[in-house]
Ligand binder design. Structure first.
Ligand SMILES: [Zn+2]
Length: 174
């Protein structure tokens, strides 16, 4: 099988998007690294801060919660997404970092798909009666404790010890 064979995904508007361009530049490599889905640096920092404040009882990306939020308090129907500013296009300085120069079209479409997917996840959860918090990498870097307090304040069910999967599902109406 030829290694140069391209794999395509279909973007909205039926454009064909090459699945992954070669990491042709340091910028492209950085973007691909930033796309590691779980346990990103801001996510880990926030979890540590939550733990330190005694805000516990969350689960990480459970499969049974639509959109698989990064931090999920199912009993509270509270979902927290931790977004990298560049990758999820926060309107801050970090997000404004230069786009990879090659494969520009690819990155533009890729970013748009990310933003659309993020919005869809929020809508789906809200329609199920969940509250959704989106917290940004730059906020966490600036004041992780403030962010952790904000998350803790959104909880409605006082701390209970870790519930079973079935119990959380029931509480979460899933
Ligand atoms: Zn930001």
């Amino acid at each position: 099988m030829s290694s140069s064979r391209k794999i395509y995904v279909l973007a909205p508007g039926r454009q064909k998007v090459p699945r992954s361009p070669p990491p042709s530049s340091p910028a492209a490599t950085a973007v691909m690294k930033a796309n590691r889905a779980r346990n990103t640096r801001p996510e880990v920092a926030l979890r540590r801060a939550l733990w330190a404040l005694g805000t516990r009882g969350y689960r990480l990306s459970p499969r049974y919660v639509p959109g698989r939020p990064d931090i999920t308090f199912a009993g509270d129907r509270l979902a927290v997404f931790v977004h990298g500013c560049f990758w999820h296009r926060h309107g801050c300085e970090k997000a404004g970092r230069e786009l990879p120069k090659s494969n520009r079209k690819y990155w533009e479409i890729k970013f748009q798909l990310n933003v659309d997917r993020d919005e869809r996840k929020v809508r789906t959860l809200e329609n199920l009666g969940w509250r959704v918090l989106t917290v940004w990498e730059c906020e966490i870097e600036r004041a992780v404790e403030t962010v952790a307090r904000k998350v803790g304040a959104e909880r409605t069910v006082p701390h209970v010890s870790m519930l079973s999967k079935d119990q959380t599902r029931r509480l979460a109406g899933l």
